[in-house]
Design a protein. Sequence first.
Length: 126
Amino acid sequence: MMARSYFWTMLFLILHQIDAAYWREWEMFHVPGGIQGFLVFNLAAIAVVLSGYRHVLLDTRRAPFFAAVCAALGAGTCAIHAGFALAGLEQFHLPLSVAVIALCLACAVWLLCDLRRVKAAGPARA
């Protein structure tokens, strides 16, 4: 039930991280190690999101947890970048950058709605 919304949230999160490399996001966050720290973060974050997708596809008991994490990442991405924009930073202002960030939020909301339906339907099978 959540596979489609999880997939799209995950896709836009990964696409955002590709865009983040262009905008040198590690400088915005003052990531220790610069690009190397940014890559380590992405290794961990993408591994968690991809592992979560497996749980969602297999409908395991951990699927709701991973769906909540993915949705939080999508909503958080939008909130953080809205804050950066309000603070006057000029990164991520190209139309597709803005669209990807907005789609992270929209898909996260969709995923949260699916998660609510799953929780209302009862526990996972596996």
